[in-house]
Each structure stands twice: as C-alpha cells, then as structure tokens.
Design a protein around this ligand. Structure first.
Ligand SMILES: Nc1ncnc2c1ncn2[C@@H]1O[C@H](COP(=O)(O)OP(=O)(O)OP(=O)(O)O)[C@@H](O)[C@H]1O
Ligand SMILES: [Mg+2]
Length: 367
C-alpha cells in the first residue's frame, strides 16, 4: 500500500480535487456540479425523466446543482457520477490503483457505508482509505500539533490537534463559507428581475471575489478611506462584464469577506472566524494553548483573500500576550491543503492498518 501510486480525492462542497499521490498538486480540479438534462431517449409520458450530466449544461444553464452541500452528500447519484468520471480519467494512466477519499469530520456512518458501496461495488477499487479532511490539512504542514482553520465553499471549521490526533470535543463548525459570500454579492449586484441567468451571475461573482475582494486590517478605516474617494477615482472598483459593460463596486462589496470577521455588520448571527478559533483554543488544556497559538494553520479557498491570514493573526495574537511566537501558517496552495496532506498520508506506514481491501469489504469484516 505504501509504495503503490494512490488516487487521492478531496471532494468539497464547491470543488472536487483529485490526482495521484506524490504530485505537488491535484491534476483534476472540477466544480462539484451536476445537471439534469431532459432525456431524449424517453419521450412521451416519461419525458419528465432526466439524464444526469457533469458540470453545467449550457443549453439549460439553470438546471445545475451541487451534490454535496455544507459537507453533507445530498445527491449520491451526482457524487457517483463525479467519482466515476474522475477514476475513469486517472485509470487511463494507472489502472487498478487504491483510492483515498477525504471525509468531513461529521463522519456520518450512512455516508461512510454509501462511500464504501460505491467505491467497491460500482467502481471496483482494490483498496480504500477514508481520511479526515482537517487531519489531512495538518499533515500538509508537517506539524503534529496545531490549530487547523479550514474555510471552504460551504463550511468553516476549526480543529485543534495534539500529536496528530484531534482534541475532542473542542472543534467548531460554522455553516458559513464562500457560497454565502457569493449569495451576498449576487443579491447586492443583480436585481431580482435581472435577465442574466443563474450561471452568468455566479460566474461573474466568482471572478469578482477572486480579483476585487479583500479583507481589510480594520474595517472602519478601510470604509472611511474608500468612501472618501471621489466616484470613478479608483479604477480597481470597476469590473468589466463579458459583454463589455462595467459594474462599479461599492466599498462594502469589495470588503465583503469582512463577513468572516464581523458577521454582526452583515446582520448574521454566528461567531466570527477568530472567535471560533479562540473558543476552540480556550477549550483545550491551558498547557497546550501557547503551542496551538503558535501553529494556527490557515487553509481552504477563502483564506486566499488578500489580508485574510494577517487579519486572523491580528485578532488572535492580543488574546495571548504571553505567547511571543503566535503565528498563522499558510502556503500559496492552501486551497489544496486537504489534498496535499492526503497525498502524503497515502504512503504513511502509520495509516497502513486503516486501509480496507476489497477482500475485507467482501467479507464484511468492517461491519
Ligand atoms: N483566490 C481566491 N480568492 C478568494 N476566494 C477563493 C479563491 N480561490 C477559491 N476561493 C473560494 O474558496 C471557496 C472554495 O474553497 P475550497 O476548495 O477550500 O472549498 P471546498 O473544499 O469545495 O468546500 P468545503 O470544504 O466547504 O466542503 C469558493 O467559495 C471560492 O470562491
Ligand atoms: Mg474542503
């Protein structure tokens, strides 16, 4: 198990990342989206039946959905289709490889059982390892003790680890992520009766998020500065739509990722990401807290906003004045941290006993 190439799949609420272990990034990154097209093979009364397709059907751009939402699988047929496509692609290069699938810390037994069923019975994999997503992010850094902060499309989760194992029950999960930021921007940028379809609106908002939005060090100062600028003074507020028309972004739209740090400003009732980290660290043994504070590990796509990790540090450090080496660790590929850590774990001998082979599955020794 430890020498053979492994296909590593990190299937998030927003993006599916997959590739061969040992590589320094996933080779396939797909939006985790499926669509249901009207099924031509079933005309007549059964025409209501629809065929599942991958990604977005450009002829019916409003019929797509995300099979995983907020870390939970809502549509197994969609997940199955995505995994089947992914394995088919990877098997063109390496046949019959073991597979590592990352799983949400919720570890729902029903989801686990279904994952085993799809992987062994339908996709015929020779061996499977289910690995905790946050634990994988820890391994991506090489630390064994630290505080993982993962903010993705549907969820923001924090989990302290000691010697490679999660410290229960001190983790926190916020049902908040990049999709909520997108919703805010869609609502504030487009009118209800806008003729633009859902796909166009989401793509525009995604591009704006990645090129125009940032986290300020201090919200009030950033707003005062932006509001003091004469209209049209700052070119970077303008986003050009594909049809050539331009959208002028308001200061609040550019500062939308502030939602992670000041939910109250957006009338959202939940703790800020910094508060979740502090609550989680404070629930741990006092002797461990300085070590956790000096190894806060930022990962997941949202932490790529300019200013995000700096702001997190600025909000955490004053709470631990005695911890002189408080640090937020991040690397440029932190949106792939879970995948990168899993790609290492796939070859660790310490995980050897956690793999399940097809023979073991067939013998139902796992029940
Ligand atoms: N460069 C970037 N700048 C800002 N946001 C980004 C950037 N790249 C990705 N994102 C955002 O990060 C989110 C996706 O992150 P990620 O891939 O970690 O989520 P996921 O694993 O699919 O979801 P989850 O872990 O919540 O199930 C999206 O909302 C996306 O808009
Ligand atoms: Mg994720």
């Amino acid at each position: 198990m430890t020498e053979q190439t492994v296909v590593v799949i990190d299937h998030g609420s927003g993006y599916m990342k997959s590739g061969f272990s040992g590589w320094n990034e996933p080779q396939l990154v797909l939006p985790s989206i499926v669509n249901y097209r009207p099924c031509k093979e079933n005309p007549g009364p059964s025409s209501a039946r629809r065929r599942l397709g991958l990604g977005i059907d450009l002829l019916h751009p409003d019929t797509f959905s995300y099979p995983i939402q907020r870390g939970r699988v809502l549509n197994w047929e969609g997940v199955e289709q995505i995994w089947s496509f992914v394995l088919q692609k990877h098997r063109l290069i390496h046949e019959d490889t073991p597979v590592l699938v990352t799983e949400s810390p919720l570890k729902d037994p029903v989801e686990r059982k279904k994952t085993l069923e799809i992987m062994f019975e339908l996709l015929d994999v020779p061996a499977l390892l289910l690995a905790d997503q946050l634990e994988m992010s820890l391994y991506a850094t090489g630390f064994l003790t630290g505080m993982v902060v993962d903010s993705g499309c549907g969820l923001t989760r924090v989990q302290p680890f000691h010697l490679g194992r999660p410290i229960w029950p001190t983790g926190k999960m916020l049902e908040f992520g990049g999709q909520d930021l997108s919703d805010y921007l869609v609502k504030s940028l487009f009118k209800e009766d806008s003729k633009m379809n859902k796909l166009f609106r989401l793509q525009t908002v995604d591009a704006i998020k990645m090129t125009k939005c940032y986290v300020p060090q201090k919200l009030v100062e950033a707003l005062d500065y932006r509001q003091s600028l004469p209209s049209g003074y700052d070119d970077s507020n303008t986003y050009i739509l594909p049809d050539g028309t331009s959208v002028e972004l308001t200061p609040m739209q550019r500062l939308a990722p502030e939602m992670f740090f000041s939910p109250q400003v957006f009338d959202q009732e939940r703790p800020s990401i910094s508060q979740a980290v502090l609550d989680s660290i404070n629930a741990c043994d006092a002797a461990l807290q300085p070590q956790l504070m000096s190894h806060v590990i930022a990962c997941g796509g949202n932490t790529l906003y300019p200013g995000f990790t700096r702001r997190l540090f600025l909000e955490l450090a004053p709470h631990y004045p005695s911890c002189t080496d408080a640090s937020v660790w991040s690397h440029s590929k932190r949106n792939f941290s879970v995948w990168l850590g899993a790609s290492v774990v796939a070859h660790l001998s310490t995980y050897k006993s956690e793999w399940m082979t097809r023979k073991e599955y067939d013998g139902h020794w796992w029940i």
